[in-house]
Structure formats: structure tokens, C-alpha cells
Design a protein around this ligand. Structure first.
Ligand code: PLP
Length: 397
């Protein structure tokens, strides 16, 4: 018998699995090249060559006992120092290795920090649309998810509603920029205003509110847009980073948390987070990957390939009459459904072998997400199919 807590997750998972199976069914019937699957956020750009080189060097040259052994639950000290120095060079911060905890990707990092700070009943605020897993992560520690409704004009966070919804029970606010599913990058002005609200509310309630910055898409930004480094604006910031997208290593499960000295109770948080890493069952982040990251700390994937896809898909869809804001980061386009029920729109798109994710999966109905981490040819070949879809919905006669 599975637990009551698990039941809704199992039910929800069958919807995801159905979509995955639908993709496989269409590929088997029409051939992979004739299916336009924009449903998955799996990087299409390979990891930089530095990763392969580093793996070969490490396996050939390192002592296997240390290479594959346990280490401190927070991760290898030299690796954490190398990453801290790289962050300091890039963002003018002053982190030391001790401020970092190596984690099993961003998903695990978020679980570690939420386990570290949440008491049952504590509230965690998220801005719709948002990565729906946040709800599961918060409930893992008996926290309460509080949703802020979307600002569909800009998809910047709705700060007026944030101010209203912060209570004495608010323990954390999660932000994600560049953003899944809209591709929006939160501007410096937004971050300043958000920080000011959190400062004010901390004083008002005499509480500590952590700002958790979920940053798997930090390196995927276009048109020279700056992605503000949040610890510089608000002391109680905890950064959750991942190499899943920045180095195209989602299956390797590697990332880190940054808990700056300025954060309230920093030392205690760092010690507790290392223990949370252990008792959540990760124990420590994968050792080989930690050492790979240290060797490739400033390496980058070919962001230009995603940018080319972004331009082609955004311009193509706009010309066809679809409505969407131009993403500045990540690899997603959030398109307004031409009918209120976006699931109907997704269903219709399947007739043209186009797969996309309904906005309901991000707590934002009326929109669909297209992940453009696909081959350029997929986009070029999908546009005539989108044209048929646009005609069906009267966008283009
Ligand atoms: N946060 C957001 C917004 C994501 O989109 C994802 C993955 O797609 C994650 C966290 C989890 O990333 P990771 O693979 O590093 O666990």
C-alpha cells in the first residue's frame, strides 16, 4: 500500500507519462523527423569538450580511492573553493569554499535548503507560473506553498500581491531567473523592489525570510542581458545552482548551494544543510562530477545554438499570429493559447505532430510551453505545421 501523501503524485505522474508515451507513439507512426516534440527541457546542445577531457584525465590520473570515495557531506573542499573563486571573479562576491554545499543538482539543492529551514506549517511563496515540483519539495517538509498570481503582461513577479501575501509564517520566497517556463529574466529593478519588500516585512514581523534563488538557467541568457546575482541585493539569499543546463549534464546530477556569511544564522545553516544532504539520502554530490566541475569551472555550452532556435521559433510564431513575449533566457517560449482551455489547443496541435506542455502544468492556464532545446531543423520543419495550427484557430487565414 502506498502512502496517502504519495497518491496525488502517482496520479499526476500518469499525465506526464501519457504525454511521453504519446511522443513515442507518434514517433513510431510517423518517424522521429516528422514529430515536433517541444515538451522536454532536456538540453540539445552537447556538454563542452572540456567535460569529456576532464573525465578521461581524472579516471586515468587520479587515485581511484579518493576519486570514488566518500568525502565531507558538503563536498570536496578544493572543488568548493574553486567554484567560490570563479563566482567571486564573475560577480564581485566574496564567497569562500565553506559557503558552498555541493548537491545532487538543483532539485536536491532545493530539498536540502527547504529541509534545513522549514518547520511544519511554514509558508513558502512562489510566483506563478512556476516549476511545479516546488510544491512537492515544500510539502516534503510539511511546508505550505503560497502562490502569487502571474503578471501576464510582463511575467515579472507580481510584487503588489507578494507584499499582501507575506505573513509571519513566511519562511522563504523562491525565485527562478532566467525563468522556466517563460524565459523571462528578472530585471535589476525587480530584484531591488523585491528585496526592499522582504526587508520591510522581516522588520514588520521580526522574522527571517530566505530568498531562494533557483538558478539552473543562469548561463542561458541572450542579447547581452545581465542576470543580477541576488546575494548582492538581499542578505538572506540562498542560491541553488545546477550544471544540468549550463554544462548540459542533467543526468549527472551535480550542482551546489551558496549560503553567504551575510545570511541570518549562516554557520548554523551551512552545518545543517550538509547534514540534510546526508540524511535526505544523497550523502554527498557525485565525487567524479565534483572534480570534473573544478576542471571545467568556467566552461560554457554553445548558447548561440539555443539563441538561433529562440529567434527562429519566436519570429516564426509571431509571424503566424501567435502571441508571446520574447524570452531573454533559458530555452522556453510561453505562448498564449488562442482558446481559453489550453489543453484543447495542445490536443489540436497533436494532429500536426506538435507536442507542447499546457500552462496548467506551471500553475498558469491559458498558455503553453515550448521547449526549444531541439535541433534547428526541428524548428524549421515545425513552422509549416504551426501554420496549419494557426489557420485552424483563425490566427492566420
Ligand atoms: N528548477 C527549475 C526551474 C527547473 O526547470 C529544473 C529542471 O528542469 C530544476 C530546478 C531541476 O534541475 P536539476 O536537473 O539541476 O535538478
Amino acid at each position: 500500500m502506498i502512502s496517502e501523501k504519495m497518491k496525488p503524485f502517482v496520479e499526476n505522474n500518469s499525465a506526464i507519462r501519457m504525454m511521453f508515451e504519446e511522443g513515442n507513439r507518434l514517433r513510431a507512426k510517423y518517424g522521429a523527423e516528422n514529430v515536433f516534440d517541444f515538451s522536454l527541457g532536456n538540453p540539445s546542445v552537447p556538454a563542452p569538450d572540456c567535460v569529456r577531457q576532464a573525465i578521461i584525465e581524472l579516471v586515468n590520473e587520479e587515485n581511484p580511492t579518493t576519486l570514488h570515495g566518500y568525502m565531507s557531506n558538503a563536498g570536496f573542499e578544493d572543488v568548493r573553493q574553486t567554484i567560490a573563486k570563479s563566482l567571486n571573479r564573475r560577480f564581485g562576491t566574496a564567497f569562500q569554499g565553506k559557503n558552498l554545499i555541493m548537491t545532487v543538482g538543483a532539485a536536491s539543492g532545493l530539498n536540502v535548503i527547504l529541509k534545513t529551514v522549514l518547520n511544519p506549517g511554514d509558508e513558502v511563496i512562489v510566483f506563478a507560473p512556476y516549476f511545479l515540483e516546488y510544491g512537492a519539495y515544500v510539502r516534503n517538509y510539511d511546508g505550505v506553498l503560497v502562490e502569487i498570481s502571474p503578471d501576464t503582461e510582463t511575467f515579472q513577479p507580481n510584487l503588489a500581491e507578494l507584499e499582501e501575501k507575506i505573513t509571519a509564517k513566511t519562511k522563504a520566497v523562491i525565485v527562478n531567473t532566467p525563468h522556466n517556463p517563460t524565459g523571462v529574466v528578472y530585471s535589476e529593478e525587480t530584484i531591488q523592489k523585491l528585496s526592499a519588500i522582504l526587508e520591510k516585512k522581516q522588520k514588520e514581523f521580526g522574522s527571517v525570510i530566505y530568498l531562494i534563488s533557483d538558478e539552473p538557467y543562469r548561463e542561458l541568457a541572450y542579447d547581452g542581458v545581465e542576470v543580477p546575482y541576488l546575494t548582492k541585493y538581499y542578505d538572506n539569499t540562498v542560491v541553488g545552482y545546477s550544471y544540468s543546463k549550463s554544462l548540459s549534464l542533467p543526468g549527472e546530477r551535480i550542482g551546489y548551494l551558496v549560503i553567504p556569511d551575510e545570511a541570518d544564522g549562516s554557520e548554523e545553516l551551512l552545518a545543517a544543510a550538509a547534514i540534510a544532504n546526508r540524511i535526505l539520502g544523497s550523502v554527498n554530490a557525485p565525487s567524479l562530477m565534483q572534480k570534473v566541475i573544478a576542471k571545467c569551472v568556467d566552461a560554457e555550452v554553445d548558447v548561440a545554438a539555443y539563441d538561433k532556435n529562440r529567434q527562429a521559433l519566436y519570429n516564426g510564431l509571431k509571424e503566424l499570429g501567435f502571441s508571446c513575449i520574447k524570452p531573454q533566457g533559458a530555452f522556453y517560449l510561453f505562448v498564449k493559447s488562442p482558446v481559453e482551455d489550453e489543453k484543447e489547443f495542445c490536443q489540436a496541435a497533436k494532429k500536426y505532430n506538435i507536442l507542447m506542455v499546457p500552462g496548467t502544468s506551471f500553475a498558469c492556464p491559458g498558455y503553453v510551453r515550448l521547449a526549444y532545446c531541439v535541433s534547428y531543423d526541428t524548428i524549421v520543419n515545425a513552422l509549416p505545421q504551426f501554420e496549419k495550427l494557426a489557420e485552424e484557430f483563425g490566427l492566420r487565414k
